[in-house]
Design a protein. Structure first.
Lengths: 281, 282
């Protein structure tokens, strides 16, 4: 075979696959959201916006991401710093830290359900300490904020590992000499962290934040497992419209909203954490 | 005298060292507990009888009663859901390696016009909420007869898993000097023989790891599975669709059934974990 065509032959299956199952369907989503029986229509978008759950779902999704992602960043930086300082048992600790990375969001939701449900472990601990006499219904519609808190905890538990892994591999790229030089000049560990680690970690921070924020907008199974439909989020509503209400067009309109906030946040991170070409390691 | 000696010791340095050491160890233990205790609690519930699961207060110790597990396994639809999950995950694994590995090889070995466009396409998949693909694809699948089939779902999961396969195999192949292949060519191998006899044995463990990774992605995926399957539900789809009607012990046993294989897989590929995520996000 001619070597000039070989790379194209090798790329062909993957390219065709992505065109058919990735690019084309995303165009289809927009088509579904904006067409009715008589061509272009805004009716599906109107149906979506005028439904009382839309505003709440949008707000909950964004609030959840705004709370979870910064907390995850702090936790992941702590974990990554710990891991880089460890000598013995480093690999074991690293494995334990990364366990949640391999778990499904549904499994994470069910795991935290074991803690928060009415006969669950949180109630058992509170009763054991004598704080309460009878179990409290944490995950009911009366206290939605507890469901929200449980979702935040489950998301922190499940998805901090991925941020940590990206940051650990980013920290591995920072030359040791920088730290040695800083130590010679008497910089404290905190100063070394803020003046060397953080700035040089910017590319990793950027990809970790983009990845995590997008995933946070897609929160679905954790919420369903912990609160059913009591706490509406965008992805959950998309599922409701598609599955329970059998209206693909409104579901697609929801999908477009998720897509839109994803793109906006990606552009935001690309701009704010921009890394000049000459400043890359 | 002893007092004077004690104060003369350069204590400050070693003290800060050891107190720092203490904080480090305490933090590590705390974080390990934060990860492990919730998983332990899930297994406590799984290994308790249904009445213990709904009982209150809980002891936090498993009674090693297998009636919850038995109930789960014999529950109508569970065996089939497990089988479907495995089937879809295996199909995803095969498809993403079959499409991804040649692309990774091409990216690592050749310079050619259009290379950057393909890279862009792969990287772009990261910036999209991929499970949403299930909505338009549901319609496409009805048209071509793939609706509610394991293959249809595996195609969606392949969109999720293949970009990883491309980037991982790209870095695997890049780690093998092209001189190895060139040496094989001068010794009379053609391009394919050189690949099969020299490169493939070296990258096989890495490719196996990325296959396991693809399997795990599919095994864990919930949204697309729940949208695209009705009769042929995978385990996550089965659990999501029956969440509001199923008893607690069924949920916990189902959760454990999802967690155990994932734990084994992550353990199997732990060596490659960093290579994967490190590269995949550059």
């Amino acid at each position: 075979m001619n070597a000039r065509y070989l790379p194209y032959m090798l790329l062909l299956p993957a390219t065709v696959f992505l065109l058919v199952f990735f690019l084309y369907p995303f165009v289809q989503i927009a088509v579904l959201a904006f067409t009715g029986s008589e061509g272009f229509t805004l009716q599906h978008v109107q149906t979506m916006v005028s439904h009382w759950k839309f505003g709440t779902a949008l707000w909950n999704t964004i609030l959840l991401a705004a709370i979870v992602v910064p907390l995850q960043l702090v936790m992941a930086l702590t974990m990554a710093s710990i891991v880089t300082k460890l000598k013995d048992a480093r690999n074991t600790i690293l494995y334990i830290f990364t366990i949640p990375l391999g778990l499904s969001d549904l499994a994470a939701g069910i795991i935290w359900l074991a803690i928060f449900e009415q006969s669950g472990f949180l109630n058992s601990i509170l009763a054991g300490l004598g704080i309460i006499d009878r179990p409290i219904l944490f995950l009911g519609y009366q206290n939605i904020w507890v469901i929200f808190l449980a979702v935040v905890l489950a998301e922190l538990w499940r998805a901090t590992a991925i941020v940590m892994v990206i940051l650990v591999s980013g920290m591995g790229l920072i030359p040791k000499e920088y730290y040695e030089a800083a130590e010679v000049f008497g910089a404290s560990p905190w100063k070394r962290f803020t003046r060397i680690t953080l700035p040089l970690l910017r590319p990793s921070l950027q990809s970790a934040l983009i990845l995590r924020t997008l995933a946070a907008f897609e929160v679905f199974a954790v919420v369903i497992a912990l609160g059913g439909t009591t706490l509406p989020v965008l992805m959950g509503e998309t599922f409701q419209w598609q599955f329970a209400l059998q209206d693909r067009n409104v579901a697609s309109a929801y999908a477009l909203v998720i897509l839109a906030i994803s793109i906006v946040s990606t552009l935001f991170y690309l701009r704010v954490l921009r890394v000049p070409k000459e400043a890359r390691i | 005298m002893t007092d004077a000696v004690a104060t003369d010791e350069p204590r400050t340095v070693s003290d800060t060292r050891s107190s720092g050491r203490f904080v480090l160890i305490a933090g590590t233990v705390l974080l390990c507990a934060w990860v492990l205790v919730p998983i332990y609690l899930l297994f406590v519930n799984t290994l308790s009888s249904p009445s213990e699961v709904t009982g209150f207060p809980k002891t936090g110790l498993p009674s090693f009663d297998f009636s919850s597990v038995q109930f789960f396994i014999s529950f109508s639809g569970v065996a089939r859901a497990l089988w479907n999950s495995v089937l879809v995950a295996v199909l995803t694994m095969i498809l993403s390696i079959a499409f991804g590995a040649p692309a990774g090889y091409a990216l690592s070995r050749f310079e050619f016009p259009g290379k950057e466009i393909f890279r862009m396409l792969v990287v772009m998949t990261r910036a999209f909420p991929l499970p949403l693909l299930a909505l338009p694809l549901a319609i496409m699948f009805i048209r071509i007869g793939l609706d509610d089939t394991p293959l249809g779902l595996a195609l969606v999961h392949t969109v999720l898993a293949m970009p990883f396969a491309v980037l991982i195999t790209f870095s695997l192949f890049s780690g093998i000097p092209i001189e190895f292949e060139e040496a094989a060519w001068t010794l009379g191998c053609n391009r394919w023989q050189a690949f099969r006899k020299v490169v493939l044995p070296l990258v096989l463990p890495g490719i196996a790891a990325s296959a396991v990774f693809a399997f795990t992605i599919s095994w864990n995926e919930v949204f697309a599975a729940a949208v695209l399957t009705i009769e042929n539900r995978t385990l996550p789809a089965f659990l999501v669709q029956s969440l509001n009607v199923s008893p607690l012990h069924l949920k916990f046993a189902g959760g454990a059934a999802m967690v155990i294989p994932a734990l084994i897989f992550i353990f199997a590929v732990r060596k490659y974990m960093f290579a994967m995520w490190g590269i995949a996000n550059r």
